[in-house]
Ligand binder design. Structure first.
Ligand code: MOS
Length: 763
């Protein structure tokens, strides 16, 4: 299903027309270069002010009391003892005036409240405290007297689907259930030479951004300002305004430096609303910074998936049918739990059936997490493709090349461009695939193998973005855009777009961004849409500035605009370069002091869809005595359209693959489902994310640029999410190549590797 609450469906009928006709770029001079980030010094020197670093005068600190039970009802709540604790300035509960805020909308209406007496997982918000220090706030929250009626809980997704399971929401535990597809799968299987069936499992993973979850709220009269670590200030503003019943103009959301989110900071979270309520109650600024432990428990995760996949293929490598049953475990307030997209779209296949089941469980809520559902789906589909290739004795790259779909089969829409063929072939070449595939896999206890997997991303972006570029009297520039830079280099890339168009050096461009009070609407930095939505708007704004400058120059040089050219920050007649005028010498500019250009993102192309594609290759070493898997080498070939900045492009790819190593080998939230229902590894010691030691030094990024002139006016198609989709599956396939053993449950821990090896030996 679609991850809702996070990315709005764009409404292509109501978009503004493009500000001007803008030609696609040909060769670029600045865009594409491997330029360091414009804020690199601030970030590495520690001078960049993240929300977590901020403090306001007179600021209080908030803490949240969370339900300790996996499923319970609050039967009595007494805040008396907490109110009397030292430093305490406010305690709020469901009974506090203004706190009865509906929360979690599913279909028709709200299914719970901000503080709900029905607690659906161990971590659900029950009450909150504001005090002079964080320590006082935490102690007071613990001192709130609560009595719970403890209810039976369910955390197993298959059990949650049964009628006997405790109901988590009114109306039961089904979040979504649907079957879709095309053709006739039974006929497809009947026509196949080989049919394989396998069940795959991927774990629940936690986002664990470097900066935890934090808000500072301050009221000035009835106007609220919120500094909040999030991925999109306008979405947070809209939802916060709705929750507090305020007009948009009374809610200002600011996020300057941002320490990662990966999807967990796309939507409005309860702690942000709670900070606003505490600040209103106390008439003082309130900061709530969730602890690392809380960030593991209650602000999102990647839903665990079980995927049963059956596939049919002919000896010549033609796919005849795909039949998949998905079961996703969404937790108590999920934003979605599965994605069936790759099964339906990645490979040419006439007969496809997908049954999608998503359930509520008494656990922390799932949220969008870097390509929601898709690395999970790739884990299944791409291991199946590998197994089919083995069965028909065809090279896995060859097999995929044979099954490339040239249009989106879900709705028969052609792609604006598709570089999947080049991702596969150029990636294989860069990896040395054929040679590596033929190399001996080692005897002894250390085995080597290579594997690969492909992928694509599904979201074309919400094209509603407005940007302002201002050029000052000395020719320096202000770039004013709403988009957040969540750590990916957005500011740098956008400044490069301005530099490309106006010929202004990067250090003469000042950037103002992600502030609903001072910048214009932009979609959230999620869904891999930031560059492909905001960069065309930046380009349009810069071109509008250029148009006005050319008019001023035409008056000064007494030449028609058509005879003038704009080059390296100067304007000159095409036939008389000696008459060139520097921008700062334009009399009209001196008279105005500032030129303002407003740019809007143009609509998506009609009748086509722009999506990115990928293929990744891995070499691993497996110690069959200890079960340890080491990733030795990775190659990523991506068609994400134009490379805007070679350096930040590689950063994205390497980051996505590091995260993929986590899914493939180490990351897994563990619940104590037999007894307490709590997360037992809610910390960075027991929940293993890959570190520098787990990431191979030998990583190569192979950009594939299909020179797409239709997708948008920059030719870029989005990279953040595709970079993460195939990695874990490629590793699993390499493990199979090394050992002859397929581990279908992620992550491939030493224990799982050893069990799989023992099973093959018949132990
Ligand atoms: Mo992402 S999961 O689009 O931040």
């Amino acid at each position: 299903m679609k991850y809702y609450l996070e990315w709005p469906e764009p409404d292509p009928t109501n978009l503004p027309p493009p500000a001007q006709d803008i030609e696609p770029w040909g060769e670029t001079r600045v865009v594409g270069k491997p330029l360091p980030r414009v804020d690199a010094y601030e970030r590495v020197s520690g001078t960049a002010l993240y929300t977590l670093d901020m403090a306001l005068p007179d600021m209080l600190h908030g803490a949240i009391l969370r339900c300790p039970h996996a499923h319970a009802r609050v039967t009595r709540l007494d805040t008396g003892r907490a109110q009397a604790m030292p430093g305490v300035r406010a305690v709020i509960t469901a009974a506090t005036p203004g706190a009865a805020i509906p929360w979690y909308f599913r279909g028709q209406g709200p299914t719970s409240m901000l503080f709900d007496e029905h607690c659906r997982y161990a971590g659900d918000e029950v009450a909150a405290v504001a005090a002079e220090t964080p320590h006082q706030a935490i102690l007071a929250a613990r001192a709130i007297d609560v009595e719970y009626e403890v209810l039976p809980f369910v955390q197993d997704d298959a059990v949650a689907l049964t009628p006997e399971a405790p109901a988590i929401h009114e109306g039961g535990n089904i979040l979504g259930q649907e079957t879709s597809g095309r053709g006739d799968v039974e006929a497809g299987f009947a026509g196949a030479d080989v049919v394989l069936e396998q069940t795959y499992h991927t774990p629940c993973e936690i986002h664990t951004p470097m900066e935890t979850f934090v808000t500072i709220a301050r009221w000035d009269g009835n106007r609220l300002t919120v500094w909040d670590s999030n991925q999109g200030v306008f979405g947070i503003q809209a939802n916060l305004a709705r929750a507090l019943r305020l007009p948009l103009t009374s809610v200002r959301v600011i996020c300057n430096y941002m320490g990662g989110g990966f999807g967990s900071k796309l939507g409005l979270s309860k702690y942000t609303v709670i900070a606003a309520l505490l600040a209103r109650t106390t008439a003082r600024p309130v900061k709530i910074a969730l602890t690392r432990e809380e960030s593991f428990i209650c602000v999102g995760n990647r839903a665990a998936n079980t995927i049963k996949l059956k596939a049919g293929v002919k000896r010549d490598g033609t796919l005849t049918a795909l039949d998949a049953v998905f079961l996703g475990s969404g937790g108590a307030y999920p934003a979605g739990a599965t994605s069936t997209y790759l099964v339906q779209a990645l490979y040419l296949c006439p007969n496809v059936r997908v049954e999608d089941n998503e359930v509520y469980t008494n656990a922390g809520p799932s949220r969008a997490f870097r390509a929601p559902g898709m690395p999970n789906c790739a884990w299944a589909l791409e291991q199946m493709m590998d197994a089919l290739a083995t069965e028909i004795d065809m090279d896995p790259v060859e097999f995929r090349l044979k099954n490339i779909a040239t249009f989106l089969q879900i709705n028969d829409t052609p792609y604006t461009s598709i570089g999947l063929r080049e991702c596969l072939s150029d990636g294989a070449k860069a990896f040395g695939w054929s040679e590596a595939r033929a190399r001996p896999r080692g005897r002894g206890h250390v085995r080597r193998g290579v594997g690969m997997a492909a992928g694509m991303w599904a979201y074309p972006g919400d094209p509603r973005a407005t940007v302002i570029v201002k050029l000052f009297a000395d020719g320096s520039v202000n770039l004013n855009m709403g988009a957040s830079d969540i750590g990916t280099g957005t500011k740098t890339v956008m400044a490069m777009v301005v530099a490309e168009e106006l010929g202004v050096p990067l250090d003469r461009i000042q950037i103002e961004h992600a502030d609903t009070g001072t910048t214009q609407n932009a979609p959230s930095s999620g869904g891999s849409q930031t560059v492909l939505v905001s960069a065309p708007a930046v380009r349009a704004a810069a071109i509008e500035v250029k148009r006005q400058l050319l008019e001023l120059a035409a008056a000064q040089l007494e030449r028609p605009v058509e005879q003038l050219v704009f080059q390296d920050g100067e304007i000159m007649p095409a036939d008389a370069p000696d008459q060139a005028v520097a921008l700062a010498d334009l009399r009209g500019l001196r008279g105005r002091q500032v030129i303002v250009g407003v740019g809007r993102r143009h609509p998506h192309p009609e009748g086509k869809i722009a999506l990115p594609f990928a293929a990744q290759f891995a070499e691993v070493e497996v110690n069959i005595l200890t079960g340890e898997v080491r990733v030795l080498r990775l190659v990523a070939a991506h068609d994400s359209g134009r490379v805007m900045n070679k350096l930040t492009y590689e950063n994205q790819v390497f980051g996505g693959m590091a995260m993929g190593i986590g899914l493939g080998l180490t990351e897994e939230r563990i619940l104590d489902s037999r007894q307490t229902g709590k997360v037992v590894n809610a910390n960075w010691h027991d929940y293993k994310i890959p570190t520098a030691k787990d990431v191979p030094i030998d990583q190569t990024c192979v950009p594939i640029d299909p020179h797409d002139t239709e997708c948008n006016t920059t030719g870029a198609k989005g990279l953040g999410e595709p970079a993460h989709i195939p990695t874990a599956a490629a590793i699993a396939n390499a493990v199979y190549h090394a050992t002859g053993v397929r581990v279908t449950d992620a992550p491939i821990t030493r224990g799982r590797m050893l069990s799989a090896l023992a099973e093959r030996r018949g132990e």
